[in-house]
Each structure stands twice: as structure tokens, then as C-alpha cells.
Design a protein around this ligand. Structure first.
Ligand code: ZN
Length: 131
């Protein structure tokens, strides 16, 4: 089966590697792998409380594609939650959108991969990456 190589856009990667279960006498040795786009789908819909329509736009994917990612994420989390699996975050076809702040005019902005590292407004190169 061909795999879609198209990048999805995410605002941030998870700042930790996953979850471990607690208090299990017998532990599954099979981890559940949640990729970054699935993590972002949960972030956008269930944490930031965007609609699926808005979330799809943020990740630059079609609405049906978003729904597929989101449902896959929910199923994996439910499986881990109910059966007691560790969850590990792994990459995926994602491009992480970094936010920058101009030191001069204080605006926040994102940059495309190939664009110059400078403020789009005043062209100043004194910019700081913000998280
Ligand atoms: Zn500026």
C-alpha cells in the first residue's frame, strides 16, 4: 500500500516522549505509537477546542484526511488507556511551524522553509525563536 508522503503542518512537537502506565502487575511489552500528526490532532481538537474544520486548516490537510488522523489518534489512545499500554510519540510526515519574534517591532511570525531568517515587516535579522 502506498503511503502518503505529503507533509502535515503542526504548531509544536510534543515536549516529552510519551506516557508510561502505572500499577500494572503484568505489563504489555507492546507500546502504542502515536505519531506527531495524531498528537497535533488531539491537541487542536480536544485541548485547543478547535472544530475539525479549523484544525484541518491549521494542519493544511483536507477535512476527511484530518478526520482520519484524529480518529486514528483516538483509537490508539483508547487502546492504551483501556488495555494498559505505554504510549510513545514518534515523528511522521510533519513539518513543524516555528514561531519567531522580531526584536525590533515585536511582531510574531512564522517562516517558510526557504525564506530568509528575517522579520517580514522590517526585514531586521534580529529575531528570536519563541515557543
Ligand atoms: Zn520587525
Amino acid at each position: 500500500m502506498g503511503r502518503c508522503k505529503k507533509n502535515r503542518f503542526i504548531q509544536r512537537a510534543p515536549h516529552f516522549h510519551g506516557f508510561t502506565t502505572r500499577g500494572l502487575k503484568w505489563k504489555h511489552d507492546t507500546d502504542v505509537f502515536l505519531n506527531y500528526e495524531e498528537y497535533e490532532a488531539i491537541n487542536l481538537c480536544d485541548y485547543e477546542l478547535l472544530t475539525q474544520e479549523e484544525a484541518a486548516r491549521m494542519m493544511k490537510v483536507s477535512r476527511p484526511t484530518f478526520t482520519r488522523i484524529y480518529e486514528s489518534a483516538r483509537r490508539k489512545i483508547a487502546k492504551a488507556f483501556i488495555e494498559g499500554h505505554d504510549v510513545r510519540f514518534i515523528g511522521g510526515n510533519v513539518e513543524i511551524i516555528s514561531w519567531y519574534k522580531c526584536d525590533t517591532c515585536k511582531i510574531s511570525f512564522t517562516l517558510q522553509k526557504d525564506s530568509p531568517m528575517a522579520c517580514p515587516l522590517c526585514k531586521n535579522e534580529l529575531i528570536t525563536e519563541s515557543h
